[in-house]
Design a protein around this ligand. Structure first.
Ligand SMILES: [Zn+2]
Length: 184
């Protein structure tokens, strides 16, 4: 029986949840072939901070003016990558948190630092760091199917997974927020 209350097992659980780590060259990508970002989280007394991977939802958007006239015909279309959202784990309780990008209702400004690739201590692959503007909160509410055994069938039960953690991530470093202060 795996003890999921243990720190190491929780991290393992996330890692082995994927059948295997997908990669493109030295880049870590998710199951959809898109790059993963990463952040680290750890207290000062920890020997090494824990690495967390982040799944990024992206969409290519045209940022230049679409022109019907001749003036635009010699210029290549300019595309930018819009970060639609990011899926990460609460660094305290490991619940899945989904952060919506700034173009979504109540979204946050998510920045992927493609120029700051970090090599993982775990798998040796490279991932860009990530910043999220504003406060992240662990207020995820999950529903688990609880099997009640023979004859009883399955029972759906609401189960709060929230731990109330608040923090922020800046350039790949996750911080706790307490009383409005950022503890580094
Ligand atoms: Zn949490």
């Amino acid at each position: 029986m795996t003890d999921f209350t243990k720190f190491e097992n929780q991290f393992q659980k996330h890692s082995v949840g994927k059948s295997q780590q997908n990669r493109k060259g030295q880049m870590a990508v998710n199951d959809f072939g898109r790059p993963e970002a990463m952040f680290v989280y750890g207290k000062a007394q920890d020997a090494a901070p824990t690495e967390f991977t982040v799944d990024i939802d992206m969409a290519e958007v045209r940022t230049d003016q679409v022109s019907n006239g001749r003036e635009g015909m010699y210029q290549p279309a300019t595309y930018d990558v819009d970060i639609v959202g990011a899926q990460l784990l609460c660094p305290r309780c490991y619940s899945a948190l989904y952060v919506k990008g700034k173009n979504m209702p109540n979204g946050k400004d998510i920045t992927v630092h493609w120029d700051e690739m970090v090599q993982s201590e775990n798998d040796g692959l490279f991932r860009p760091t990530i910043s999220v503007d504003g406060v992240l909160k662990c207020d995820y509410y999950d529903y688990e199917i609880i099997s009640s055994g023979a004859g009883g069938g399955g029972q759906s039960s609401g189960m709060s997974m929230r731990c109330g953690w608040q923090g922020g991530v800046i350039r790949g470093k996750m911080f706790d927020h307490k009383g409005g202060l950022i503890l580094k």
